[in-house]
Design a protein around this ligand. Structure first.
Ligand code: SF4
Length: 322
């Protein structure tokens, strides 16, 4: 085991652990944001620069700082390394620039985007972004590409994180989509108009950090924060059958994989569970899914909140109990 200090907190980790994984072991606010890294997929990371951190001391044998900020998702820790994340003004300032960069071409259509409320870029912008932009050029535009009846591609929202490509590569039989072309002409596409369609293709929706890939069976049905989320399971011969069901009353509006505290799916699920099983009787409901309090999805789902507030019908407003 080797020791690394991140934002003044020391943790022991195994050799080969990345700075990001070491920070996740500590948890809390010092965990760098990640838009392209996905621990469940091999080869991800190193593309979006959201997780840049400062190495103030390289190791016990080399006490010099690193010459520039490094991607924490792909930099392994060394014994005695000292890392600064939220304690470094340089990192905080750089993160603002990264948000600005990611938003250069990303449309600000959160009010009509199905990902709103569970969008990593929305959270990243809220926590680290500027409230203005210096960008004056036109944003990129694309011809619509139809990738099948279950998944909707909005290329303008894509931040080219490659997660969906790795997902298709690693958990499906045959990948038919990729990042095509280079530089600012890059886009997700199927080249010859292919349909992204196989038993596990729906997982690209769950890994997409923005609203570039959304569930066509759920689009525009509801905002995510109006739904109750419950963990459910069924016997499935293709996947574990362990899912999160998003419900309105007794109706299941959509099915997704269960996500962990870092927003990554715990187990990939098959398309039959995701798209075909929308009847409550298809599932054994286990109970409410725990949602981070800071998430907008948690709005109105906390008993404690209900107890702490009273509605005064005459004034029509909600006031906290004193
Ligand atoms: S479509 Fe989504 S998952 Fe795929 S590269 Fe773009 S942002 Fe990433």
């Amino acid at each position: 085991m080797i020791a690394v200090t991140i934002d003044n907190i020391q943790v022991e980790v195994e050799e080969g652990t990345t700075i990001l994984q070491a920070a996740r072991k500590i948890g809390g606010k010092i965990v760098p944001p990640a838009m392209c890294y996905y621990s469940k997929l091999k080869g991800t990371g190193g593309k979006c620069r959201s997780c840049l951190v400062k190495i103030a001391r390289t190791s016990n044998t080399d006490p010099r700082p690193a010459a520039k900020l490094v991607a924490s998702c792909s930099t392994p820790v060394q014994d005695g390394m000292v890392v600064q994340n939220i304690t470094s003004p340089e990192v905080i300032e750089t993160r603002k620039a990264i948000v600005e960069f990611l938003l250069i071409n990303h449309p600000l259509d959160c009010p009509v985007c199905d990902q709103a409320g569970e969008c990593d870029l929305q959270d990243f912008t809220y926590e680290h972004g500027l409230d203005t932009t210096r960008y004056e050029e036109d944003r990129r535009e694309f011809n619509q590409i139809d990738i099948g009846e279950k998944i909707k591609l909005h290329m303008t929202r894509c931040i080219l994180c490659y997660r969906c490509v790795y997902t298709a590569d690693q958990i499906t039989d045959k990948r038919v989509h990729a990042v095509l072309f280079r530089g600012d002409a890059s886009e997700i596409g199927t080249y010859i108009k292919n349909v992204v369609d196989n038993d596990f293709s729906g997982n690209v929706i769950d890994v997409c950090p923005v609203g570039a890939l959304t569930d066509r069976t759920f689009r525009f049905k509801s905002r995510v924060w109006f739904l109750n989320t419950v963990n459910a399971h069924r016997d499935c011969d293709k996947c574990s059958g362990k899912v999160t069901a998003w419900m309105f009353g007794n109706e299941i509006y959509r099915i997704t994989g269960r996500k962990d505290q870092f927003g990554e799916v715990e187990e990939f699920i098959c398309n039959e569970c995701r798209f075909e099983k929308k009847d409550k009787s298809d599932w054994i409901i286990e109970g409410p899914r725990k949602i981070e309090r800071k998430s907008v999805i948690s709005q109105n789902h906390y008993e404690i909140k209900a107890k702490q507030s009273v509605i005064k019908p005459l004034e029509g407003k909600v006031e906290p109990l004193t």
